[in-house]
Design a protein. Structure first.
Lengths: 260, 415, 235
């Protein structure tokens, strides 16, 4: 698996898209910091960008990589290698190279700006951790979609739909159901609703840092326990891990059954 | 003989005069003739100084009924053993300095205090340390006094069985400075007390309010720090209060505010910092208030306006990284927002005059939704919410459409 | 060498293999022929483990290939479409496959044979189709495995390279290896193969030598013999 990972990673590290992705984050970091000159504001803007863009790029890139390397995959399949190693290797190659672009692209301008001397470093680290989680999750979901769809166009379509659903539509439905059931106690429902969507989950993780003052304004006891203690952080991180593990397991399962 | 008689009379005269005109000192200690604080006070004449040496004095209901200066040396402990009130001052011109008073009795019927001042003038209460108290320094119907440099550390957990650190009741012209107050019900409480100055105090971790005004007018509080109080600072039913240069920080909770204003008129709120409070300022039925040059940083809601609030002005404030800058529960709007800096502002400044070319709308649709269904707060900063906020910004339906800052600043305001 | 028993496979509603049995003995060149969609590639891919059969067993050297990827060490496979990661250089691809499979024996010789030196530092994306096919061949033959599977090996090759390929195949056979080849070029098949495996509708229709096939169909050459089978079966 690590050999495949290595080759996929180096393959991607050389691809134009990794540079585009890296350059995009680099530019974003520089623009936010040096034109804006406000670290806290930059972190907030970055949060919005990361939560929306990282899943989008993870899905598109994952699907694209899978379809583009189809023949190469077939070459590998004829080698004495386990299927799970081939796909996990490729998956990790994509996810790690995307994460690297993210971390370096944002990290470099922030380090130059003097991040280590600022107390925004924790917010920023949390941001990067969340970004990495989202990359891992959405690349895995993308691989799942690609593995289940031979048709490239269909695969891309589903990938975009998945992103659109989790990033926007889900929250719309979520909001409507909260408003619809507003006469009932909702704190459990709202927390469950959050945990079921990795985008919302990572958003919550960041809310814990940036908006704790507002979150503590709400009365519900479960809410209080979730946001007022480390409980929320622990639950969010473990649920994000579950969100990584589940699609990865499906990659293994699906890849074993698939014909090429 | 007549001469001799005359001499004796003169001697007596000199003795008596000397005693009243030149203040005497009396020392109280465990090995002295006078072993109790009350004993010292009883032995003293008006205007004497009573020194209390180091030691523990278990006394309650100590009555100071003449002008005296009572000075503790190396913080002698006055222990009330939880039995009741410890010192009551009923004479003018009393100074109490340097005592460590602890174990004030708790009662549901009487407000026992560590020190109570009753209908007196020109008092000074300073350098006291109060611990395990019910009420701390209770000033009633008094005038022209100073309460400064005291340290009041309570252990209050519930509102109903705790008292206030410093309480003024029908008292005027009192200066409260450089006190450090923790873990009581209200750090400083003023009721029917006018023309007081509250300055440079630190009031934190109190069960209810760090500072609380009721029916008190023309008071000033400035340069204080209020931190992690149950409900922040409350100013209620008062007029012409000046609030300058205070810091309100980390007041978290459902009914927790940096500053709560209720039925307040003609106040000035300037140069204050509101940082990381659930609600920076919660204002209800308050009119003609000037909010100028305040910093609102990382609050849940920087300002929440409830009920009828008219003719208030918000000028030159910095609104930085608040989850919500402003919440409004009505469509009626008669307040002025002008020339503030809003970190959430996304407009541009093409003519480079430092003022954004597009007005800023401080009230978002989402703040209405959260107001209605609080659980929806969990969707804060979601893209979907941004989209509906944006559409509301473009064509306001739920928010007052004239609620605008027409001159949003491009850069953070400094002063 | 390879034995396939009762192999079934369908893709969706399309039944590609319907109870195929095949026994391939050790040594020699076997050409797998059949019309489009007869299941040639599916058969080969099943042997390679790329397609998972619905039913039936495949064993190589008497060992079932299920749940074990190591048997592929005994197979060299030339895929039909040579498409490699375009960011890799030829050199790196060779290194990588070597890294994955173990050391190769004769890569230098093969590079020489197909005149690949000028391309060795080029990226795979920059190569022409024919050159890619040469790299493909190189990757297949640089290992010394007892079973060689070639799927349409002649695609895109120039005549010189084609001759070299034929020589290579013959040399491999001489070493006692087993070669499985699919091709549409009948002259190529006729020239090199010892036995023909003819697939029709997911089953083996004919297995035997070329002369036997000609005799059975009473046709003078292979091309006509095949055409004869197809017309008789209304394909």
């Amino acid at each position: 698996m690590f050999k495949i990972l290595k080759y996929s990673f180096f393959d991607l590290m050389r691809s134009r898209w990794s540079y585009v992705y890296f350059a995009f984050y680099l530019l974003l970091g520089i623009v936010l910091l040096f034109l804006n000159n406000d670290l806290s504001k930059a972190v907030i803007t970055l949060m919005n960008v990361i939560i929306i863009l990282v899943p989008l790029i993870g899905t598109i890139f994952g699907v694209m990589y899978y379809y583009n390397s189809k023949e190469f995959t077939e070459l590998l399949l004829a080698q004495p290698l386990k299927r799970s190693s081939i796909f996990l290797g490729q998956y990790l190659g994509v996810a790690i190279s995307l994460s690297m672009s993210l971390i370096l692209g944002l990290g470099i301008p922030f380090v130059f700006y003097g991040l280590f001397m600022s107390n925004a470093i924790w917010d920023f680290s949390l941001l990067l951790i969340t970004g990495v989680f989202l990359t891992l999750i959405f690349t895995a979901l993308a691989f799942n979609i690609a593995l289940s769809n031979e048709n490239k166009i269909k695969g891309f379509g589903y990938a975009i739909l998945l992103w659109l659903f989790l990033a926007v539509i889900y929250d719309g439905l979520f909001l409507m159901s909260l408003l619809f059931f507003e006469d009932y106690p909702l704190d459990k429902l709202s927390l469950i609703g959050t945990v079921l969507n990795p985008v919302d989950l990572s958003r919550t993780l960041i809310l814990l840092k940036l908006d704790i003052s507002a979150l503590l304004g709400y009365t519900g006891a479960i809410f209080k326990q979730f946001f007022g203690t480390n409980f929320g952080l622990i639950v969010s991180i473990s649920m994000l891990s579950v969100w990584v593990v589940m699609p990865v397991l499906r990659i293994i399962f699906k890849s074993k059954k698939k014909d090429f | 003989m007549p001469l001799k008689k005359h001499h004796i009379f003169t001697a007596i005269l000199i003795f008596v005069l000397g005693h009243t005109l030149v203040a005497q000192t009396i020392t109280v200690c465990k090995t002295c003739d006078i072993k109790t604080l009350q004993g010292g006070i009883d032995a003293a004449q008006a205007n004497d100084t009573v020194y209390i040496e180091k030691g523990t004095y278990k006394e309650i209901d100590v009555l100071v009924n003449k002008p005296l200066t009572i000075i503790g040396k190396d913080y002698p402990v006055i222990d009330g053993e939880m039995k009741g009130e410890i010192i009551t001052i009923v004479a003018n011109n009393v100074t109490v300095d340097g005592l460590f008073i602890k174990n004030v009795g708790t009662s549901y019927t009487a407000d026992y205090a560590a020190i109570r001042l009753k209908r007196v003038e020109n008092f000074v209460i300073k350098n006291l340390v109060l611990e395990k108290l019910f009420f701390g320094i209770y000033v009633e119907k008094s005038k022209n006094g100073k309460v400064f440099h005291n340290k009041i550390i309570g252990d209050a957990e519930e509102e109903y069985n705790s008292g206030n650190g410093i309480q003024l009741w029908y008292s005027h012209n009192i200066q409260i400075e450089h006190n450090f107050i923790q873990r009581v019900r209200d750090g400083i409480y003023l009721e029917f007390s006018d023309d007081c100055i509250i300055k440079n105090n630190v009031s934190s971790h109190n069960v209810r309010y760090g500072l609380h005004f009721m029916f008190s007018n023309d008071d000033v509080y400035q340069d204080n720090l209020f931190e992690k109080n149950g409900a922040g600072v409350a100013v209620m039913f008062s007029k012409k209060i000046k609030m300058y240069n205070n810091i309100f920080r980390e007041n978290w909770g459902t009914a927790s505010y940096g500053l709560l204003l209720k039925e307040i008129n003609d106040a000035e709120i300037m140069y204050n910092t509101f940082e990381q409070n659930t609600i920076g300022i919660n204002t209800e039925g308050s009119n003609r208030i000037r909010y100028e040059n305040n910093n609102f940083i990382s609050n849940g809601w920087a300002v929440k306006v409830l009920g009828a609030c008219y003719s208030n002005t918000f000028k030159g404030n910095n609104f930085l990284y608040n989850s919500f800058d402003m919440a409004y529960n009505s469509k009626v709007h008669d307040n002025e927002f002008d020339g503030n800096y809003w970190s959430n502002y996304t407009g541009y400044d093409l003519d480079k005059d430092g003022i954004g070319d597009v007005p800023y709308r401080p009230v978002k649709l989402f703040s209405y939704i959260v107001n209605r269904t609080p659980e929806t707060i969990i969707l804060l900063r979601s893209l979907f919410i941004d989209i509906i906020d944006f559409s509301e910004k473009v064509s306001p339906v739920f928010t007052p459409d004239n609620l605008l800052d027409n001159n949003p600043k491009i850069k953070r305001i400094t002063w | 060498m390879v034995s396939v028993e009762n192999l079934h496979k369908k893709f969706g509603k399309n039944e590609v293999l319907t109870g195929l049995d095949l026994e391939i003995s050790e040594g020699g060149i076997f050409a797998v022929l059949g019309p489009n969609g007869s299941g040639k590639t599916t058969l080969i891919k099943s042997i390679l483990g790329m397609v998972i059969p619905d039913k039936g067993t495949i064993s190589i050297h008497g060992k079932s290939i299920k749940k074990d990827s190591n048997y592929r060490k005994q197979i060299d496979y030339l895929p039909q479409i040579a498409n490699f990661p375009s960011n890799l250089k030829v050199k790196e691809l060779i290194k990588m496959i070597k890294d994955l499979r173990g050391n190769s024996t004769n890569e230098a010789e093969l590079i020489e044979m197909f005149k690949l030196e000028p391309f060795i530092d080029k990226k795979l994306g920059q190569l022409s189709g024919g050159t890619k096919q040469k790299v493909n061949i190189l990757l297949t033959f640089m290992f010394d495995s007892p079973l060689v599977i070639l799927d349409e090996p002649t695609t895109g090759l120039d005549p010189i390279a084609l001759i070299r390929l034929k020589n290579l195949i013959k040399a491999e056979k001489a070493k006692g290896k087993t070669l499985l080849i699919t091709s549409h070029i009948m002259s190529f098949v006729e020239e090199i193969s010892d036995e023909i495996v003819f697939l029709l509708e997911g089953k083996i229709y004919f297995k035997g030598t070329i002369p036997a096939l000609k005799a059975q169909t009473s046709q003078p050459d292979l091309e006509h013999a095949i055409a004869n089978i197809l017309t008789e079966n209304h394909v």
